[in-house]
Design a protein around this ligand. Structure first.
Ligand code: IPE
Ligand code: IPE
Ligand code: MG
Length: 257
């Protein structure tokens, strides 16, 4: 590879997020707009997931984290919750082969102990079947809450202190991060929320400290290839400063190229 080519691909990589996190919102409204019951939007949402995963695979994005069910979503009508659980189960069974084909590794994040035993088994099985895949890491957040994640990290740290394995003084941001529910991936570079709301709704609270936020009114089942490409384009024009000045960032970019 010539120097020029290496630099070129480096600069393209820099402009693409390594990790995208998405709040897939608007399924209910999408269905209602069509005169359907709101839960009919969820299967349509699964179709959109397929498309987005495909683009991420093509673009060689490292990690995609999708918010599928929040710790607060249990408060929905029982019928809708049951349908979402059924759909989750069916999708795990059905999609695994497609994930395999695309070298996608699946990981479910969240408190899975609240799920029915057969669903927990199916999650484990899908994770096992895809565990050696080296392509995109697809993290599905199910019964996930950012506050739950931070709380369980605090609990784990307290246990380590109690067991004498850790001194309170050793707890810094890095140590804390290591006890969150995923530790081996970069924090999200790009956060996308569809459905028009401009809130985080208890998604990745700790991990999104410096994530670029992107909101679109498009309802999740309508979120297609073009919509994702638009978000990626928007991201490529952001200047990430991490507390520094714009000039410092420019100087550093110039030095690197
Ligand atoms: C997101 O779509 C899917 C889940 C929360 C499971 P919604 O079901 O929240 O759709 P809206 O926001 O009611 O339209
Ligand atoms: C966030 O959407 C959770 C998921 C997409 C899974 P919600 O529809 O539950 O969020 P709120 O209630 O409007 O904040
Ligand atoms: Mg919603």
């Amino acid at each position: 590879m010539t120097n020029g080519t290496a630099k070129e691909s480096e600069s393209i990589d820099k402009r693409l997020p390594q990790h995208i996190a998405i709040i897939m919102d608007g399924n209910g409204r999408w269905a209602k707009k069509r005169g359907l019951p709101r839960y009919a939007g969820h299967p349509a949402g699964v179709e959109a997931v397929r498309g987005v995963v495909e683009v991420c695979v093509e673009q060689q994005i490292r990690v995609l984290t999708l918010f599928a069910f929040s710790s607060e979503n249990w408060q929905r009508p029982q019928k809708e919750v049951n349908l979402i659980m059924d759909l989750f189960m069916r999708s795990l069974k059905k999609e695994v082969r497609r994930l395999e084909r695309n070298h996608v590794k699946l990981r479910v994040i969240g408190d899975r102990s609240a799920f029915a035993d057969n669903l927990q088994k199916q999650i484990k099985e899908a994770e096992r079947q895809t565990q050696n895949n080296q392509g995109l890491l697809l993290q599905v957040a199910a019964n996930y809450g950012g506050r739950w994640d931070i709380t369980q990290a605090a609990k784990r740290l307290a246990e380590q202190v109690q067991q004498g394995k850790l001194a309170p003084d050793q707890i810094d941001e890095e140590q804390f991060s290591r006890n969150l529910c995923f530790t081996d991936v970069p924090e999200p570079d790009l956060f996308i929320r569809t459905g028009g709301e401009k809130r985080i709704s208890n998604f990745l609270l700790w991990q999104c400290a410096y994530t670029e936020l992107y909101f679109t009114d498009m309802l999740w089942p309508d979120f297609n290839r073009k919509a994702l490409e638009q978000a990626l384009h928007d991201f490529s024009n952001r200047q990430r400063r991490f507390g520094r000045t714009g000039e410092q960032v420019q100087d550093q970019t110039a030095e690197a190229s």
